[in-house]
Design a protein around this ligand. Structure first.
Ligand SMILES: Cc1cc2nc3c(=O)[nH]c(=O)nc-3n(C[C@H](O)[C@H](O)[C@H](O)COP(=O)(O)O)c2cc1C
Ligand code: SF4
Ligand code: SF4
Ligand code: FES
Length: 597
């Protein structure tokens, strides 16, 4: 095997690809060849590093130099200075926003310091298209261990002891679920990987599949061996073309190496894996709807029991787990359940991957130990609130999660604490909101999503979410009453309790948590006809402060509906009847004379 003196890792995740990393990779290949360095420097296209907004990202080892926003034009300088002369290209290194300090090594970047990467251990480090790279990082050793030295019952026991819980949302103990499927009677059993990832803004599962597809395949193989299955499906949304491409390559390579297919490693154990592309309906992430979709039927949930473990795909015993759950399995088997269970809290073990988004300085993909606090995530990893505005809330758990307030900043991030506060862990969406966010509007935004995605099968969800939305719409327009708040709360509880599937059962969460922690904002909309965050369009007005206005006319020239009048001698005014409240005037006025009231 050739030995290289340096490695250049160019991020090939979806975020960096969108910002042009493909061209950067090409430029490196050409420049290294031109300089005759292609035999001593290894060029690798990796998965996501988690800091997509800074992309394209290039990491150079052995130093671990973390270059951000690299363009093809920067490549000759990196090659000449760093790879030829051994000098870091300072201007491209990650910069700490407050101190404007350059951080040479990626491990010293605050965004990475508190992370504990188990699931993301290979993302950003290996070429996901080369099985050899996965194998070189202990890949498929856990499979070899179970096939050569463990009985299926022992594998299940190990996963049970690890305390691993499903990362797809509900947090059901994984080992217990495997035991149900193992004990179920049936000559044919299926394994499914849920890669539907329907939460808006979430990209945890996509990044794992793009950056380390073999870890998911290996996890599924171990699960299949444990429950006694010989066939499985990965249900992945068609909007993830890169993840699907990498999965296809990984499956083909694993088959070629004898790690998938018949008589794996000569053990007598056989497992065949297929990919099923979903059309992107949120409800198809629900396990019974997902299975209906694989069978070629319309993706609609059905009542349980029977549970998939007894009657799942085509009526056969089936075990379904989320992408992140599967990717946790190989390290648990390899390092032992005690190692895994030592991380986290009493009932929530291990780590969790989150997509940190919203009004934080550093957005991106993070993997943190369970039990970390919201404050640590938002203010240490995330670097605090964008523009140093005040923190208002954090929405956790995707569209059906809850909005937590300042009082929860020191709350431990684990299944029990989050549920106790009215939120859910969900699959890992974390949206941070600042003081300019209207919480009634936020509740409306998430409910609009779940209402639109409701499959319509059961009345409480179909009709209840619609009525709730009508009430929220009225409140944001200043047309609500205090009685509406009581009605809203009662209806939300009813939808939660009476809906058929998890979509309806959790859709009211954003409404209930905002009513619980931000009731004063609802009351201000109703009683004072005022949106405290000045976000609800119907309750705000734009006016021009005559003392500040310099009569330059810029606002009038930019107003899309021409509703601003004035000239050098006449003060500029906004015709409130024609104003569409688009906010252009406030943005363009160079003298801050336009006010939002
Ligand atoms: C409306 C709805 C959408 C869901 N979407 C997903 C999803 O995108 N990915 C996922 O893994 N689980 C999703 N789930 C949870 C799954 O139904 C199921 O519980 C999960 O895949 C089980 O895997 P786990 O035990 O590893 O978490 C969804 C549930 C509901 C009710
Ligand atoms: S852009 Fe500002 S200063 Fe100029 S006319 Fe409009 S309000 Fe006055
Ligand atoms: S808010 Fe929009 S429509 Fe109204 S005055 Fe300003 S630019 Fe014109
Ligand atoms: S896609 Fe490159 S850092 Fe996420």
């Amino acid at each position: 095997m050739p030995i290289y003196r340096a490695h250049v890792l160019v991020c090939g995740g979806t975020g960096c690809t969108a910002s042009g990393s493909g061209e950067v990779f090409k430029a490196f290949r050409e420049e290294l060849a031109k300089k005759g360095l292609d035999k001593e420097i290894m060029l690798v296209e990796t998965g996501c590093h988690g800091m997509c907004e800074m992309g394209p990202i290039v990491v150079v080892y052995p130093e671990g130099a973390f270059y951000c926003g690299v363009t093809p034009k920067d490549v000759p300088e990196i090659v000449e200075e760093h790879l030829y002369k051994g000098r870091l290209v300072k201007r491209l290194l990650y910069t700490m926003p407050e101190e404007m300090l350059k951080v040479p090594h990626y491990k010293d970047i605050p965004f990475y310091k508190k992370q504990h990467r188990i699931v993301l251990r290979n993302c950003g480090f290996i070429d996901p298209d080369r099985i050899e790279e996965y194998i070189s990082r202990d890949g498929y050793q856990a499979l070899a261990k179970v096939l050569t030295s463990m009985k299926p019952e022992e594998v299940i026991e190990e996963v049970k002891k690890s305390g691993l819980r499903g990362r797809g949302g509900a947090g059901f103990p994984t080992g217990l679920k495997w035991e149900f499927a193992h004990k179920a009677r049936g000559d044919k059993k299926y394994i499914i990987c849920n890669a539907d990832e329907g939460d808006p803004g979430a990209f945890m599962d996509r990044s794992i599949l793009e950056g380390d597809p073999h870890s998911v395949i290996e996890g599924m193989l171990i699960g299949a061996y444990a429950i006694g299955s010989d066939e499985g499906y990965i249900y992945c949304r068609a909007e993830y073309p890169l993840a699907i491409k990498r999965l296809k390559t990984a499956i083909a390579q694993a088959e070629e190496y004898g790690l998938l297919g018949d008589d794996i490693m000569g053990s007598g154990f056989s497992f065949h894996l297929h990919i099923k592309e979903g059309a992107g309906a949120f409800v198809c992430g629900e396990e019974t709807a997902l299975m209906a979709s694989i069978e070629g039927r319309r993706g609609m949930p059905r009542p349980r029991p029977p549970f998939p473990a007894n009657s799942g795909l085509w009526g056969k015993p089936t075990n379904i787990n989320n992408v992140e759950t599967w990717a946790n399995v190989p390290p648990i088997i390899l390092n032992g359940s005690d190692w895994y269970a030592a991380l986290g809290t009493a009932k929530s073990k291990g780590t969790k991957v989150f997509a940190l988004t919203g009004k934080v300085k550093h957005t991106g993909l993070i993997e943190v130990p369970m039990g970390i606090t919201m404050r640590e995530i938002i203010f240490e990893l995330g670097g605090g609130i964008l523009g140093d505005r005040g923190f208002k809330a954090v929405q956790i758990g995707g569209p059906s999660g809850g909005c937590l307030s300042e009082q929860h900043l020191d709350l431990s991030v684990d299944y029990e604490s989050l549920t106790g506060a009215g939120a859910i862990m969900g699959s890992g969406g974390l949206v941070v909101m600042d003081e300019d966010t209207c919480m009634v509007d936020v509740a409306k935004f998430f409910l609009e999503f779940t209402q639109r995605e409701s499959c319509g099968k059961c009345g409480p969800c179909r009709e209840g979410t619609k009525q709730m939305l009508l009430m929220l719409n009225a409140i944001t327009k200043g047309e609500g009453t205090l009685e509406d708040l009581d009605k809203l709360e009662k209806l939300a509880q009813m939808v939660k309790e009476m809906s058929l599937c998890g979509l309806g059962q959790t859709a009211p969460n954003p409404v209930l948590t905002t009513l619980r922690y931000f009731r004063h904002e609802y009351e201000a909309h109703i009683l004072e006809k005022r949106c405290p965050a000045k976000a609800c369009v119907a309750l705000i007005r734009y006016t021009i402060n005559p003392e500040r206005c310099r009569k330059c006319g810029i606002c009038a020239r930019n107003c899309p509906v021409g509703c601003i009048s004035g000239d050098r001698n006449t003060p500029y005014v906004i015709d409130q009847d024609r104003c569409i409240k688009c906010g252009t005037c406030i943005e363009v006025c160079p003298f801050h004379a336009v006010e939002k009231i």
